[in-house]
Design a protein around this ligand. Sequence first.
Ligand code: HEC
Length: 155
Amino acid sequence: MKKLNLILLSVGAVFALTGCNDGPTGEKITYAKSAQEVYDQSCKKCHGANGEGNTEKKAPALNDRQAGELELDLYDVKNGGTNQSSGTDHDIMEHNMKKLIDKGYDYDPKAMALYIEKSFFKMPSPEDTEEETPATEEAPATTETPTTEEANATR
Ligand code: HEC
């Protein structure tokens, strides 16, 4: 149990370190929160606990694209209105992002893109490939729950 906690801790530390690397122009930027913290505390509300999106809030899914593409979208969202890198329109999200930055939810687009891909990315699975998709679908998040429960039980 102890060992597991240690492993989780060091994984977290690595994330925290990689989270505050170089900014867009190479200068060091230190963000108050890691990508994971920002996602959990803010993005999740609209884009879903697993990046699945939220139709009610008109927030698109973020789990259908990989880090490179996400990063471009995230730059656009943060740079407000230039829409140069991805060519997509993010008016609402740009507006949200300004507010989020005011509240201290700034983040490194690259770290955020990697976090989203690593945590949520699913290969698009069009219906017509059903035959090729056996019952080995990624295990649902429930596999992680016992770990935390056990960890808590040892307190
Ligand atoms: C208040 C709700 C809300 C919150 C909070 C929010 N978003 Fe969004 N987001 C939206 C909506 C609505 C859109 C779609 C409209 C648009 O792009 O302007 C969007 C679009 C996006 C897009 C573009 C997706 C695409 O399909 O191109 C990205 C990337 C994104 N959000 C990332 C984030 C990240 C990262 C956070 C957390 C820092 C976040 N969002 C927080 C509502 C939200």
